[in-house]
Design a protein around this ligand. Sequence first.
Ligand SMILES: [Zn+2]
Length: 245
Amino acid sequence: MNTHPCKIISPDNLLASFEAAIKENSANELAATSGERHKRSVGQWSKFWGNGRTLNITFVNAEPEALRKQIEGIIRQWEPSTNLTFTFDQKLNGDIRIKTGAQTNESYVGTDATLAPADEPTLSLLVDPQNVDFEWTILHEFGHALGLQHEHLHPKANIPWDRPKVYDYYKTNYQWTEEQVYYNLFTLFPTADFMQGPYDKESIMHYVVPNELTFGDWEVPRNTRISKLDRRNMRKAYPKPNTTP
Ligand SMILES: [Zn+2]
């Protein structure tokens, strides 16, 4: 069995999440559908950081410098596709606070991290460098930290899930409740959502889809690299001046 699937950390207060997103980057509101704010559901506005800003990334534990450098190197794979500057500076209380040696792999999505208490991590890693899942897990979690959602929840994903088998599988292997499975696997984002790019089976933000959990011959293997469309989405979210995505 592989590493436990990632669960994003969702703030309880949706209005606070919305307001934090707009305060940081007014373009986040453009993605929101019309309607009363209290009717909005998660994912109906984007949560990208202010374009052009510096993102301070810190660690909450006293892990070895070599491990920090390794994590930093992996995270920096995202940087060229953004118009952000990543800094790793222990003197600052980071915008993104990484905890290694955690019980799970999880992250807030983009600006939701601003709602976390200042002394708590915003991105947690269970994986260590000995783990075969180390690199892709960090790429995936940091994709969330930059504002990307789960690709298998893309409105056009159309995954032929065999739902009873999915509930069984996640209960047996990960002790997930039906509500957790429903939320993390079946709750698609609305079509009027943030990116409007095509669905991408190769996205680093996609869950593994085992063939035995779908009807027909349909699966998604473990994606281990940032895909071309992941990079295009990132360039759309954080456009560089005088370039087209
Ligand atoms: Zn995830």
